[in-house]
Design a protein around this ligand. Structure first.
Ligand code: PEP
Ligand code: MG
Length: 585
């Protein structure tokens, strides 16, 4: 048996060694089969029947998943039901059958291509990945054009799943059975639902392997290394042994992380801090808490708009928000209103192409332009707030007037809800993101108008330093420890605390060990980050004194360059806490 080593994208860490189980995929037809004008109605009925069967299946799978792995993983099927019942998707299918007088298979194939192109043209990895959800629903309808029940059962033995691509609903169904050791796919990326699901179920997964599904056959021995993004087909015994010991190390490391997650969030001198999680999907809540999160510091609500080609209904918003609030209860959940526009565009948002999207119609600017659309989201957040642990967070605030307008809308909706006796939290905290330098400089004025602020350092630094960090030509200039960035952040934190207002940092700076110590030294207590970084940051902050961090930062801030600041902090922290960075995970 030939030994092959393939490199891909590790999307869920860990190592597994086992036998291959190939899955078959739906191949959409490339043949346009014509029908007569008289057959059109029959074909439309055939399509409707398939849609109905798909609906029944999705509802059944959703309910099963709820029972097997919990409600949070069933969400994906709600999203798929929304896609299935999306008006423009159905219209497109029917129109092709009517106009081109063809079989439903061809219509699905055409619509599939159209939507794949549409999503691929979006210059945002996360949004682009939503094409798999649409493909997933379309292939279900496709299978259901045959009246026979789809799906073959391969229960029982533990195996490594290999496929061209694993559509999200299939992933939820297969991965939840507890008999999948690992996953290896030709397609896919970091932010796909399948990747997120694999991470939260702790199943090592490598995607983007291009042709792994063609290079293996059932029964081959496979090693999947989700940490390093490698797949080894039929490795010799010596290599299997090497990976078995790597696997043991990783499994021990996971146990260590879990232990840290349970420890108290206090520095050596008992300064209490709060690790919070940034998430994009409701399914991530349990994983975030298992990593030691003590709340959801940032729920990026954009994802909801990506599930469908029409804007989500108030009910769809509400279901998601109340689910997160329930799963996180009683810990706080900060729901950020839609941060789209600019390069995160979607057809139903009807935004024209802008010459400079980063400085364009983004986030709150877009929401305030389309108020009816914004009110739907605010209403749903308010309804979910009845739970008592929801906060609302507004992105990209630039000036006071925007806060006033949001508050006016908020009051208007609250009044309507009172009149209709719809329960909500009368004291729901309203906060703003500080991510535009103008807002940062205006913190003393803005903070008086809100209950809390959250510093989005990703955008704040990019706008303050005028550096696009995804642009390789200038990304070397993106420096969170730039003296001017530190001065600005210090001003924001000090000002908020003077007003006794809560302040969080939810940009990636909070997940960087050195920067986290600096933020701690600046008096920050709430650190919100991708949950996988929580144990690492918790560990580092637990290994230092806040008092020392404060002294060190005060001294470092007198220096002139980011490099001097970085060196000074490392040196001075190590002097006092020699083990601080040794404990880094
Ligand atoms: C930020 O800008 O730091 C932030 C957290 O928002 P996002 O990364 O979603 O733009
Ligand atoms: Mg931002």
């Amino acid at each position: 048996m030939e030994y092959i080593r393939l490199r891909g994208l590790g999307v869920s860490p860990g190592i597994a060694i086992g036998g291959v189980q190939l899955t078959e995929k739906v191949v959409f037809t490339t043949r346009k089969e014509a029908i007569s004008a008289e057959q059109v109605d029959g074909e439309l009925n055939r399509l409707n029947g398939a849609i109905e069967r798909t609906h029944e299946q999705l509802v059944r799978i959703r309910d099963n998943i709820k029972d097997i792995v919990g409600e949070e993983h069933a969400f994906i099927f709600e999203a798929h039901l929304l896609i299935l019942h999306d008006k423009s998707l159905r219209m497109s299918l029917k129109e092709i059958i009517r106009k081109e007088k063809t079989r439903a298979e061809w219509a699905i194939s055409r619509v599939h291509v159209k939507y794949q192109k549409l999503f691929e043209s979006i210059d945002d990895e996360y949004l682009m990945q939503r094409k798999f959800d649409v493909a997933d629903v379309l292939s279900k309808i496709y299978r259901n054009l045959e009246t026979a029940e789809p799906g073959k059962k391969e229960e029982g033995k533990e195996k490594i799943l290999v496929a061209h691509e694993l559509l999200p609903s299939e992933a939820a169904l297969r991965l939840s059975k507890g008999n999948v050791l690992a996953v290896a796919l030709d397609m896919g990326g970091q932010t796909s639902h399948t990747a997120i699901l694999a991470r939260s179920l702790n199943i090592p997964t490598v995607m983007g392997l291009r042709n792994v599904s063609q290079r293996v056959k059932n029964g081959d021995v496979l090693i999947v290394d989700g940490t390093d993004g490698e797949v080894l087909i039929n490795p010799p015994l010596a290599i299997q042994k090497e990976f078995a010991s790597k696997k043991k190390k990783y499994d021990d490391y996971r146990k260590e992380l879990k232990k840290i997650a349970k420890l108290s969030s206090k520095t050596l001198d008992k300064f209490e801090f709060l690790p919070l999680a940034n998430i994009e999907l409701p399914e991530e809540v349990p994983m975030a808490f298992s990593m030691g999160a003590e709340g959801i510091g940032l729920f990026r609500s954009e994802f909801l708009y990506l599930q469908s080609t029409t804007p989500p209904t108030e009910e769809a918003h509400y279901q998601i928000y109340s689910q997160i609030a329930k799963d996180a209860y009683p810990s706080p959940v900060y729901i950020r209103t839609i941060d789209m526009g600019g390069e995160k565009n979607l057809p139903h948002l009807k935004i024209e192409k802008e010459p400079n999207p980063a400085l364009g119609l983004r986030a709150i600017r877009l929401s305030l332009r389309d108020r009816e659309f914004f009110k739907v989201q605010l209403k749903a957040i308010l309804r979910a707030s009845a739970m008592g642990n929801v906060r609302v967070l507004i992105p990209m605030i630039t000036e006071l007037e925007e806060i006033e307008e949001v508050k006016m809308l908020f009051r208007e909706i609250q009044q309507e809800m009172r009149e209709k006796n719809i329960p909500f939290d009368e004291n729901i905290p309203l906060g703003v993101m500080i991510e535009v330098p103008a807002a940062a400089a205006l913190t003393d004025i803005l903070v008086k108008e809100v209950d809390y602020i959250s510093i989005g350092t990703n955008d704040l630094i990019q706008y303050y330093l005028a550096v696009d960090r995804s642009n390789e030509l200038v990304s070397y200039l993106f420096k969170p420890l730039h003296p001017s960035v530190l001065r600005l952040i210090k001003f924001v934190i000090d000002t908020a605390q003077k007003e006794n207002k809560d302040v969080t940092v939810c940009g990636e700076m909070a997940a960087d060990t050195l920067s986290a110590i600096v933020l701690l030294g600046l008096g920050l207590r709430k650190f919100s980050m991708n949950p996988i970084f929580i144990p690492r940051i918790k560990n580092v902050l637990r290994s230092v004194e806040q008092k020392t961090a404060k002294e060190v930062v005060e001294e470092a801030m007198l220096l002139k360059t980011a490099q001097e600041i970085e060196e000074c902090i490392i040196e001075r922290i190590l002097l006092k806490h020699p083990k601080a960075f040794l404990m880094e995970l």
